[in-house]
Design a protein around this ligand. Structure first.
Ligand SMILES: [Zn+2]
Length: 614
């Protein structure tokens, strides 16, 4: 086979496996198909393709052959594509036979722990002292909103019970097996393996960034704790009281300005004014909750965007949320989904490389790189100028300044704590995955959890004890949590660049084009760091996120006032077409589409929501 034939075949073989899997993934997760066995079979076939180590030597041979041929534009494009596939298989194929043999054990560990965890029933004592069964979601809501301290205490105790349960029911064995699997592939431990694979960094490079951020936000975190003590007394820093005293929720007051039925229109118009385009993608949005539907928002692409021999092949993208439009806060959640998942969709619709390996969402696409794109857009939803221009009630009145001020007062003092709540996880996981095997005991894991919570969060025990976080349990999510913090650092680095360059973000018509060019077009053909360098001229840095954490309420309010005043003085740019065929569905029902016009879609969507939820 010539290098070109090999390349064409690789592209089509991959798509022949990825598309059926993605289609079944969507229909089974949306509850419109029961073909779970079909999905598992399709996934297994795709995974077998990805894990094939023979591809690596084949690709190296093809690349070597091609490098000796003449230097033409066709050959250099072909080289680019083959190198992309080489990177893909280097990340996904398991070269070590020992490690390949262990993958079954790792899956078994996850399912054992999952099965045992499912059988554990947690309880809290209600105000009458009766034991009530509760999910972790209910327990953490209690910590936030239950006025009775005894109820909060018993809810937190249940989280500690969960922590004790996981360390005695398989987590330790799982850690040992994961470490052995990583060592068989030449890594020091599973954390080392994960960070290298997912972020293309060593743990040392990662902790250089994290240490700096830890140092820069330490004072803000301590000030927040001190002010809690000053206001409510020492007992406010007890683990069951922390969330309760830190809360400052303006969701209810904000709700009339963010009706769910208007969220689709506000998303399309806001993205359109920023010049975000989808290059002829087809977007299907299944936003409403229903029985049998998967309980978490996500975006998947049954067809990835790419140039097939210079012909553009646009993306086909689905995304979902679990909105209940009759609930308070649903409009805010709905917008968050549209901006977040819509940000992912914009990213994956704009990858303009010559092979599908560059535009699929799994490794070598880094999680923090992908999340940077989505979180950049959802970060705008709390910007004062965005709220002023878009958050309006049914009478068309904009959200009052007073309420924006109140929401800054409620959130700014604890912004650092929120970010450090993510930061504590990688410190802890790196520590426990680096322990010598003989030190891995239930007591030691819990002792270290308290140690890192004290060190990073300044409390004797966190409101959410470390081992009650589900991400720490299964192998796919374990040792990956830092991705969210890295993404948020990149978001604030990007925001800072646009603010320096243009003075504003909301309705800035340059955003779509600049992101498409510097962040989206290359896909995973360059590193996350290189995308940041390309746009901002600076490598990865947490200093802008730290600066955001360290603002006082007065400073944040001053910035908000300035941004609102200049937003109101600007003439809004025209809404540019998104260049996307959009349909909103509810399972198999079509709610609204823009086949006729965006305006018709907004009206149909609004009417459908109002009809169903009244
Ligand atoms: Zn995301």
């Amino acid at each position: 086979m010539t290098p070109n034939e090999y390349f064409q075949k690789l592209n089509s073989d991959y798509l022949a496996l990825a598309q059926p899997f993605e289609e079944l993934f969507w229909t089974t997760f949306m509850g419109t198909s029961e073909d779970h066995d079909g999905r598992v079979a399709a996934e297994t076939a795709l995974n077998t393709f990805k894990a094939n180590p023979a591809r690596i030597s084949e690709l190296i041979a093809q690349i070597t052959q091609l490098e000796q041929e003449e230097n033409s534009p066709e050959n250099s494009a072909l080289l680019h594509g083959l190198r992309g596939w080489l990177q893909f298989f280097e990340v996904n194929a398991i070269k070590s036979a020992t490690a390949r043999d262990m993958t079954g054990q790792l899956l078994q560990d996850d399912s054992d722990l999952f099965e045992k965890r499912k059988k554990l029933v947690l309880h809290f004592a209600n105000e009458q002292g009766e034991q009530v069964e509760a999910s972790t979601l209910v327990l953490s809501t209690n910590l936030l909103s239950e006025d009775s301290e005894a109820v909060r205490k018993s809810s937190h105790d249940a989280l500690l019970e969960l922590e004790g349960f996981v360390v005695r029911n398989g987590l330790i064995e799982a850690i040992k097996h994961r470490n052995a699997y990583a060592r068989a592939q030449g890594y020091r431990n599973f954390f080392d393996y994960k960070v290298n694979k997912e972020e293309r960094m060593t743990p040392e490079q990662l902790f250089e960034i994290l240490d700096e951020f830890e140092h820069q936000t330490r004072d803000a975190q301590m000030q927040a704790t001190d002010s809690l003590i000053e206001k409510h007394g020492e007992h406010a820093t007890q683990p069951h009281n922390l969330k309760y005293y830190m809360r400052g929720d303006t969701t209810r007051e904000m709700d009339p300005y963010l009706p769910f039925s208007k969220s689709l229109q506000r998303w399309v118009e806001s993205f359109g004014r920023m010049g975000v385009q989808f290059r002829d993608a087809t977007l299907t949005l299944d936003l409403l909750d229903r029985k049998g539907k998967y309980e978490n928002g996500f975006m998947h692409a049954p067809q990835v965007a790419w140039y097939k021999n210079n012909d553009w092949s646009p993306a086909v993208i689905n995304f979902t949320s679990n909105a209940n439009p009759d609930q308070v806060g649903s409009g805010n959640d709905g917008l968050n989904t549209l901006f977040h998942e819509g940000g992912h969709a914009a990213h994956f619709s704009n990858i303009t490389q010559n092979a599908p390996c560059f535009s699929q969402e799994f490794p070598p696409t880094s999680m923090s790189y992908a999340e940077t794109q989505s979180m950049f857009f959802d970060s705008m939803l709390s910007d004062a100028d965005w709220l002023k221009l878009y958050a309006k009630n049914t009478k068309g009145e904009a959200v009052p300044d007073k309420l924006i001020h109140k929401s800054i007062e409620a959130t700014q003092p604890f912004f650092a704590n929120g970010e450090r709540g993510i930061l504590v996880v990688p410190y802890y996981e790196w520590n426990i995955y680096s322990l010598p095997e003989e030190e891995l005991s239930a007591e030691r894991l819990i002792e270290l959890a308290r140690h890192w919570e004290k060190k990073i969060l300044g409390v004797n025990c966190a409101a959410r004890p470390l081992l009650s976080i589900p991400h720490l349990l299964d192998k796919d999510a374990a040792c990956s949590y830092q991705g969210y913090l890295l993404a948020n650092m990149a978001v604030y680095q990007t925001r800072a660049w646009f603010l320096r360059e243009y003075g504003y973000l909301t309705d800035n018509p340059h955003i779509g084009n600049m992101l498409a060019q510097h962040y989206w077009a290359p896909g995973n053909s360059i590193s996350h760091n290189d995308t940041l360098l390309s746009l901002t001229g600076e490598g990865f840095t947490g200093k802008y996120l730290a600066a955001h954490c360290n603002r006082s309420v007065a400073e944040a309010w001053q910035e908000a006032q300035t941004s609102m005043a200049s937003a109101l003085a600007r003439i809004p740019p025209p809404v540019q077409p998104l260049q996307a065929a959009i349909q909103t569905v509810h399972g198999e029902e079509l709610l609204a589409s823009n086949s006729e016009s965006d305006t018709a879609m907004f009206a149909d969507f609004e009417a459908e929501i109002n009809r169903r939820y009244h």
